[in-house]
Design a binder for this molecule. Structure first.
Ligand code: GLN
Length: 529
């Protein structure tokens, strides 16, 4: 697993591709908050799933050869002008269908049933009574709870449908035309608050659809390796490594596919955390034997920031120079046609692109140049973050890289308020190393979205060894978050904070105080600059 991949004896790429059964379960997105979650839940059952907008033409859907369709929820009310309608032709594809919430309502309308705003909205935890003999509710209790979020309800199911579930506010909370493979639920099986939701989805995937559970990290690797080989042939490929999990996994996939045709460039701007650069070099050049250009640009970046205190100006200078340095290296590696990008599936969905790759500079590692003429290789385009991690583990990437907390491109430079000097950089790096060490030891690392040290520009008076000190404080920032859009300060135990505080003050020169940031986002941001 950890050896450099052999380049001989590999089957023809297209043959490998043919073997892989990746007919998707397509989630038709009606604008739901949970559409991505539906696809993720399906994939957690090891069945491949993709999301498509509700206005995707039926021919396009058919061309994807879906194994089944799941119609998502959505904010609209089915009779309101402009509400997204379900094309009845979708129901003629001959594959099983599961309608969820708005999906159920749209399905009802398309098949001649009736939906109404009954005045009996249900939000949150709701009792659900299920009928006997429904495949969808196999092995779940007749009386269960579910999680609802609706104003409208189905008041008359289409002809040929049997009511299989009801709640206090929605007498038709579930229905099916089992012989046609059409099932619908008013509640949300995809959310964790629906205790038997996962069972309902499994019953649909393996009972109704009979899907094979083959979407595993191993299969993803096989499939991507085949695709990469088919795409790049014998051409050379370039990848910028940042130390983060996405670029690391993308690079390893490409390396497994085309071996030494890949060259990785790692621009070390000097603002990385303790041991990080060494780990990138050790892992890639050492362990995996990936051809690696390690650009040591620490001094260049440090002198660039001389006298700069404005956070935006810091970010701008670092970003721009990062691109310059990368370009200089790319020019030296003359004759490379392909560039690896760690674009994730969530980025693809957000950009709303349905077809070909759209280059989004902000997804590039540290913001790579847009005007370099490369063709993109994006082996993570189909993967959610948790899947990238699983693939990383399978490829033998060290735990520390797989589970690395998010880290900003400009690195420690924006965790030093005011001017970045070598001495201050050392202080924040050292404090951060102590913090990470204690957080890991206490088993908190993975529970936190991010945890780090900040070095403000103020100083305060202290007393150490009977003498007066006038030194910097270190701020500890530790937050929990789902997606970085909102965050809360983590309730770290006092005992842990005490150890962190005394170690930082004892070990880091020029620091005489440790304070804790207890702001949420909003109104604070996670980083300080
Ligand atoms: N907007 C629809 C309703 O309120 C569907 C809601 C949903 O899909 N969550 O009933």
């Amino acid at each position: 697993m950890t050896d450099a991949p052999a380049l001989v004896d590999v089957p023809d790429p297209l043959e490998v591709g043919d073997d892989v059964d990746d007919r998707p379960v397509l989630v038709v997105d009606f604008g739901a908050q949970y559409a991505q979650l539906i696809a993720r839940r399906v994939r957690e059952c090891r069945v491949f799933s993709e999301l498509l907008p509700h206005d995707t033409p039926v021919d396009e859907l058919r061309a994807r050869d879906p194994r089944a369709l799941i119609l998502s929820g959505g904010p609209a009310s089915v009779y309101e002008p402009g509400a997204p309608a379900l094309d009845p032709a979708l129901l003629e594809l001959g594959v099983p269908v599961l309608g969820i919430c708005y999906g159920m309502q749209a399905l009802t309308l398309a098949l001649g049933g009736e939906v109404a705003r009954t005045g009996r909205a249900e939000f949150g935890k709701t009792a659900l009574e299920t009928a006997e003999g429904s495949l969808l509710f196999s092995d779940t209790p007749a009386d269960q709870t579910c999680w609802m979020s609706h104003n409208d309800s189905v008041v008359r199911p289409p002809d040929g449908f049997r009511i299989t579930g009801s709640s206090p506010g929605a007498p038709v909370a579930a229905m099916e035309a089992a012989e046609r493979g059409i099932h619908a639920v008013q509640f949300h099986p995809e959310v964790a608050h629906t205790p038997y939701g996962a069972d309902v989805l499994k019953n649909f995937l393996f009972g109704v659809v009979d899907a094979p559970a083959t979407w595993t990290a191993t299969q993803v690797i096989e499939e991507q390796v085949a695709r990469i080989r088919a795409q790049v042939g014998s051409a050379r490929v370039l990848c910028a490594l940042s130390g983060g999990v996405d670029s690391a996994v993308a690079a390893l996939l490409v390396h497994r596919a085309v071996g030494d045709q890949l060259t990785c460039v790692f621009v070390d701007h000097g603002f990385l955390r303790a041991g990080e650069a060494e780990q990138v070099v050790e892992t890639f050049a050492g362990h995996f034997e990936v051809p690696l250009v390690h650009v040591q640009a620490q001094e260049r970046f440090l002198s660039l920031l001389e006298g700069v205190t404005d956070p935006e100006e810091k970010r701008r200078r670092i970003g721009e120079t990062f691109i310059r340095v990368f370009e200089e290296e790319a020019v030296k590696l003359d004759g490379i046609r392909y560039l690896v990008q760690g674009t994730l599936y969530s980025d693809v969905i957000e950009s709303g692109s349905r077809t070909a790759a759209k280059i989004k500079s902000h997804h590039n590692v540290g913001g790579l140049p847009e005007d370099i003429d490369f063709e993109l290789v994006e082996p993570l385009r189909l993967l959610f973050k948790d899947e990238v991690r699983r693939v990383g583990i399978e490829l033998g990437l060290p735990e520390r890289m797989v589970w690395r907390q998010p880290f900003p491109g400009p690195g420690l430079a924006i965790r030093i308020i005011g001017e970045v000097t070598e001495e201050r950089l050392e202080a924040v790096r050292h404090a951060d190393a102590v913090l990470q060490d204690e957080i890991r030891k206490a088993g908190w690392y993975r529970k936190l979205w991010q945890s780090f040290a900040v070095l403000p520009a103020v100083r305060s008076v202290g007393v150490m060894g009977d003498s007066r000190t006038y030194a910097y404080p270190v701020v500890i920032r530790a937050v929990t978050s789902e997606d970085a859009m909102t965050a809360d300060w983590a309730r770290l135990p006092y005992d842990l904070l005490e150890v962190i505080s005394s170690r930082i003050i004892n070990e880091v020169p020029n620091v005489n105080r440790v304070v804790l940031d207890i702001s949420s986002k909003p109104p604070g941001t996670i980083e300080w600059e």
